[in-house]
Design a binder for this molecule. Sequence first.
Ligand SMILES: [Zn+2]
Length: 185
Amino acid sequence: MTLRLELVDALREERYEPDGKCPFCEHRLTNGEIITGFNRDPNDYTTKCPMCKKRFEPKLVYAPMGGLRFELAFYCPTQVLARMENEAGLLVMHPAEIKREHPAVYHSAVAHHGSLKAAFKKIGREYRFVERDQKDDWRGKVVPFLGRMPDTVIADCAEISVGFVRQLRRQMKIARYRARDHVDN
Ligand SMILES: [Zn+2]
């Protein structure tokens, strides 16, 4: 997850930082611990502290360019998809509108699934908006991440087809990502 957030930051110039400091024992949860502690229950926004075993609601700190910081509810991957499924109107809304009207949904979707398009795809819906700027140099931005995470994850974050990612990776002679070679936090 940490690496995916770095890629999102590189592509969007928006920094995401899950804030999982336990209010009971002050343990700072890693991103992996926050994700592991979620219940996968669409109505329970808490995660579990691995040290004191108590539950609390983690936050997602979102820092776009310009030094601003916003603190939002941090939904787990399942919760954000459930929200997108339940709010039928989201599918026809422009990304900028979702970002403004439903910031926690928008930012949790991007943080966990790479993009709105990729998140909608996981609930079987086709989202027709692409946020990526057509003139944007996505190739240059994704190169440092090739082979360090699955091609599919890179494709989701960059809103491009997995075939493009594979082709680029092969051109650069970078071996494909294999989970057993990496220990993700
Ligand atoms: Zn704790």
